[in-house]
Write a protein that binds this ligand. Sequence first.
Ligand code: 13P
Ligand code: SF4
Length: 317
Amino acid sequence: VVADAEWAREIRRLADERDAVLLAHNYQLPEIQDVADHTGDSLALSRIAAASTASTIVFCGVHFMAETAKILGPGKTVLIPDERAGCSLADSITAEQLREWKAGFDDPVVVSYVNTTAEVKAETDICCTSSNAVDVVRSVPADRDVLFCPDQFLGAHVQRETGRENLHVWAGECHVHAGINGPELAERAAANPDADLFIHPECGCATSALYLAGEGTVPEDRVKILSTGQMLDAARETGASSVLVATEVGMLHQLRTAAPEIDFRAVNDRASCRYMKMITPAALLRCLSEGADEVHVPLDVAERAKASVERMIAIGT
Ligand code: 13P
Ligand code: SF4
């Protein structure tokens, strides 16, 4: 299947026929982003899914994102072009592990990243995304223990921002972001002394970026720890002519579209998520033609998970 104009017309025709809205995460292939009704970060897409009046949501992203849309709209048909599109971060904690962890504390508040299974969300008090994790943790009364899972690097970022000592962080990670490492970042920053650094908080190199700022290698105001949606806002506002980007490489397409005059370069150009890239033009065509793969979340799990996801979409900008 070639993602040409004819393919795009057919995708749009089939979407109309199904009364479907097409959502694409910022890490999707460029042709998938361009054919979608909305492209955005996890938080923006959850909000759009919750507000949509379409009877079908086609989620071009990974499985937990489609599950989140189903939790928010149990009466809607939610489709994902390839149900094998998982997430190594979501796989780093199970509901059973979370229950055991909780049992070691006296009435803790569980804050889970949206990159988790529906079963983990059902054991969670408030979900968050990288856009609002700091605001979500700040919303928890200071005297309550917070259990933050599953991403250790986002947890470390929240800990730095809130200075909270009763924040306990699970040791999970995303294989793509953890692989963008400090030495690589330092080398790129030294070779591009005028560049801004846009760093996703899931990255293993976020601490190194702050270290580079601390020792004066990179001016402090050039180091920005941002979710994918926040990167787009920052791209429109920065005066820099070049930016080094530490996140999944799909993000470069949106950034280059938003600010064509800026030279965006990946810190690690091998940082590609194989799960995100399972959503191919052929898979999207099949999805809309056959109405597959449909995402189901058991009703009792969805009901328990719903409150935590609704709190997430209500907090932060
Ligand atoms: P955001 O879109 O919330 O920045 O999430 C990044 C991510 O890794 C999703 O898989
Ligand atoms: Fe999961 Fe990482 Fe892929 Fe995002 S980039 S979907 S966190 S494996």
